[in-house]
Design a protein around this ligand. Structure first.
Ligand code: TYC
Length: 153
């Protein structure tokens, strides 16, 4: 059986001559309502056909789609310890690439030094990836083996 429904947030379900609406077929309406664009029917019955809705030239349908917004996934940038990269260099990277102040940069560096790994920051994918690249480029340029990595939150 086909089920047809029109979602109208302002009043009730709309039947009649209005065209251009989004049909929902063969489905659980409650499950799908949030996927249906909000539909605003504008019109009157000036066409005198007594159908309670406009069917003539006065009829208009405005379809307003709800923007689909989703929170982006976030990624941790992890820094790994090694035995060779100077502490001052790590602090410098944390200040320059991760915009940490001196105290925070030192705290993070010491945490990594003692625990083996630590979080430099949490960012959207592109930002996190850029910071990893900048860190690795700086390390390579200065011939330090400093490594960092991405981890999805
Ligand atoms: N362990 C390094 C040293 O003793 C310092 C260091 C800290 C290196 C943090 C890497 O991510 C790192 N010189």
């Amino acid at each position: 059986m086909a089920v047809w429904a029109f979602f109208c947030p302002r009043s009730d379900t709309i039947f009649g001559k209005i065209t251009g609406m989004v049909p929902i077929r063969n489905m659980n309406i409650l499950d799908r309502l949030d996927r249906v664009p909000a539909i605003y029917a504008a019109g009157n019955d000036d066409d005198n056909d007594k159908d309670g809705g406009g069917g003539g030239p006065d009829t208009g349908v405005v379809i307003k789609t709800r923007p689909k917004v989703k929170k982006p996934s976030m990624y941790k940038v992890l820094m790994l310890n090694d035995d060779y990269t100077p502490m001052e260099f790590v602090v410098h990277v944390l200040e320059r690439v991760f915009s940490k102040n001196g105290d925070d940069a030192t705290r993070i560096m010491l945490h990594v030094h003692q625990k083996g790994v630590g979080v430099c920051g949490v960012y959207t994918y592109e930002v996190a990836e850029t910071k990893v690249t900048q860190t690795m480029d700086l390390a390579r340029k200065h011939q330090h083996p400093l490594q960092c990595a991405l981890e999805k939150e």
